[in-house]
Design a protein. Structure first.
Length: 94
């Protein structure tokens, strides 16, 4: 898995706007590290994370704390009814 160059990523986004994400994926692959995060646009991985919830079988206690961080309010950190509602909305995508 490649790690991005932050300057290069900013340059691509500035030069190409939203299409810069396509250029980033072309350069670094479908799954890469950026700013300490794993980023993916691989449909198989996205499906596994959102639909199969393999990652959620045994969540550590720190999981709830991480869900409170700014920007971590997405589907990966949801449980119960909020998760179900959000993933049902996403299902047509897959």
């Amino acid at each position: 898995m490649l790690t991005t160059n932050a300057h290069h990523v900013r340059l691509l986004l500035r030069r190409h706007g939203v299409r810069g994400y396509t250029e980033i994926a072309k350069t670094y692959g479908k799954t890469f590290r950026h700013g300490g995060l794993m980023v993916t646009c691989d449909p198989a991985i996205v499906r596994m994370l959102l639909m199969d919830r393999v990652h959620a079988e045994r969540r550590p206690p720190v999981h709830r704390l991480m869900g409170r961080l700014p920007g971590a309010d997405g589907v990966l950190f949801m449980d119960g009814e909020p998760w179900l509602t959000r993933t049902r909305a996403l299902m047509p995508v897959f």
